[in-house]
Design a binder for this molecule. Structure first.
Ligand code: 13P
Length: 249
């Protein structure tokens, strides 16, 4: 079901002590909103965050998981481990996982399928690099990322998919896609899904924008009809900024 979502991806930031302090501040300042608010702390701090937010509307989500049930995968985390501590949504395919940890569309397809098979929500990230946009290849790149990782899912599985379009050139750079560029790509994504499935799958999926969303640009980006919210990096580490972005939706 399509919903408004503001999610904070904390990446490899915040110790448990700092996590608890930020969550206390966020909980105290959280505005009334129809949007779903999520935060993704690093794995080791997930249980602490879940405990801290037990009476809160903020959902704790994970930044990554492995596709296997269990086994000899040193350093990895399974869906069951996340579910057991109360984490039901997982970010998959962040561009930093693709760039620094060699995650390919094929691997991401397995992760998404594994998450969905466990009844988890997969927040699938994708987006083009600067060279792709400069060469006018951005639509083709995005289409192939979607096709390779997601289009073997059956239509029912899309109830458990959230998309996060994050152009790589806008992540952590201070350079954001213009609201028009975001809308143009989100509309293209919906059209591509409608062609692969049908319009009800396309219309029901939430598509977030990510990449240098700040209090000053959030409202304009979120006002676009195909933008259902944001996946926020740097600004989600500062309570007042994250709260301002939640208010913007
Ligand atoms: P920034 O908001 O810091 O650009 O990061 C975006 C992001 O990567 C969220 O996943």
């Amino acid at each position: 079901m399509r919903s408004k979502i503001v999610a904070g991806n904390w990446k490899m930031n915040k110790t448990l002590t700092e996590t608890e302090a930020l969550l206390a501040e966020l909980s105290a300042k959280l505005p009334d909103t129809d949007a779903m608010v999520m935060i993704a702390p690093t794995h080791v701090n997930l249980p602490g965050a879940v405990r801290n937010l037990v009476h809160s509307a903020i959902e704790v989500i994970a930044q990554n998981m492995h596709f296997a049930e269990s086994g000899a995968f040193t350093g990895e985390i399974s869906a069951d481990m996340l579910l057991d501590i109360g984490v039901e949504t997982v970010i998959i395919g962040h561009s930093e996982r693709r760039a620094y940890f060699g995650e390919t569309d094929g691997l991401l397809a397995k992760k998404v399928s594994a998450a969905v098979a466990k009844g988890m929500k997969a927040m699938f990230c994708f987006g083009e690099e600067l060279e792709d946009r400069k060469s006018g290849n951005h639509f083709a790149v995005v289409e192939s990322q979607l096709k390779n990782a997601l289009f073997s899912l059956d239509a029912a599985a899309w109830d458990n998919i959230v998309l996060a379009y994050e152009p790589v050139w806008a992540i952590g750079t201070g350079e954001t896609a213009s609201p028009e560029q975001a809308q143009e790509m989100h509309a293209f994504i919906r059209k591509t899904i409608a062609e692969a499935y049908d319009t009800s799958v396309a219309d029901d999926v939430s598509i977030l924008y990510g990449g240098s969303v700040k209090p000053g640009n959030a409202a304009e980006i979120f006002s676009k009809p195909d933008v259902d919210g944001g996946l926020i990096g740097g600004a989600s580490l500062v309570a007042d900024d994250f709260v301002a972005i939640i208010k913007a939706i």
